[in-house]
Write a new protein. Sequence first.
Length: 477
Amino acid sequence: MSMHVDAASTNQGIELKNANLGFLELFGQSLANLSPTFMPALNVAAVVALAGNGTWLVFGLASLGLTLVAMNIGIFAKRISGTGSLFLYISKGLGSTAGVISGWGLAAAYISTAIAVLAGEYMFIDAATQYFGFDISPSLIYLLSIVLIIYLTYRDIRVSSRISIIIEFTTITIVFILLCAILVSGTYKILDMNQLSLRGTSFKGMAEGVFIAIFSLAAFDSGATLSGEAKKPLSTVHKVVIATEVVSGIFGLFVAYVMMIAFKGNSAVFGASNTPLMYITNELGVPYIGPIMYSIAAISAFACTMASINAASRIFYSMAKFQIVHRSMGLVHKKYGTPHAALLVMSIFVLVVMLWFSFDGGAMNAFDLTGTFASFGFMTAYFLVSVGAPVYLVKNRKLTFGVVLTGVLGALFMIAAFIGSVYPVPPFPYNVIAYLYLAYIIVGIWWFIYAKSKSPQMVKLIEHDLEEHAKLIIGKK
């Protein structure tokens, strides 16, 4: 059976809504997908268990490395606009095969992130309800969340993005106020020399911690997946990507430093805590604030799940246009202008996986395993976009020393992070996740090669769409 599908028939002549999203909506998508509230609620403790007093520096280094990646993404975002973001960018810089690898990597990253943070949502709700002495079914939380996400994303991406930014700004502000209360309470020393001198910190622990910090700060490029629906993508998307990473990186460094102060430098207690915000509110003498904090964190996790599914659906929509995945993923709703088929498939897949984990494995296992898998997907795409940015400008005779420097440093950071994730060899089952991810990518490459053999015009279609429909503009704002 022939793989050939005409681009127009793939989308039935209907495209996603153009000029539908402004800076705030795009920023809301990126910020929600990154979900900074996860850092104080859960992720920082995981890094502390490895890096101890060096946790603040781990987050600083991870933020610096990812900011370099964000700048490389910005090279493309200022010149190319189209749904699919890094998949399109890397295809233009390094060719269709590299683009497909990044597409599969990002698809895995966003779907795995959706699963991980949905598990986090339940854990936060459970932490809040346990305070009042009752339990709630994880399956019920997962089902209600996915139904609401389908409703919000199916109708209009603008609505879900605006809801996301309101949620994230609210949660970040509340966490910031809580941590500032620690600094002004007079109980703690603001200048913590144990942290500043990295006392007791090992290079091995910090290297392993960077991998977790990357997951905490990744997905900042999520807004770029919606650039095909943005009002002024060439002047907006690169600002959104860089601003999201810089703001979240600074927030992460601040959170890590102040929370270690709140735990009085006891990294053993901090690192073993599944509810560090509860500990802090108890220390401040306001234990009733703890459940409120985790209820707020649960809302943030919901926004992150929704943003992840939004991003994944756009990746699959873009790949379907080029016949890389089934054409149904490229269908657009006639009334709402959303990739409704991809949204439904992604949402149902996340729900099925989470229901399985609720019966076998639990929420924490779901968070750890899928979060690790997601990190490999992000690192793949971030490495390729860092290599692709200077190559792309070489082709267009726009290369500068600054672009070479950010490209090389961004790529080297991703290589270092990958090495730190697999050596020293982590315990089972984390030691096999990298191999599972590699097998997944190999299958994706094989499928691309097979699809090309059935439809030789696929590569030409990608190149044509990049030139004609992705609004390629060189040297303009």
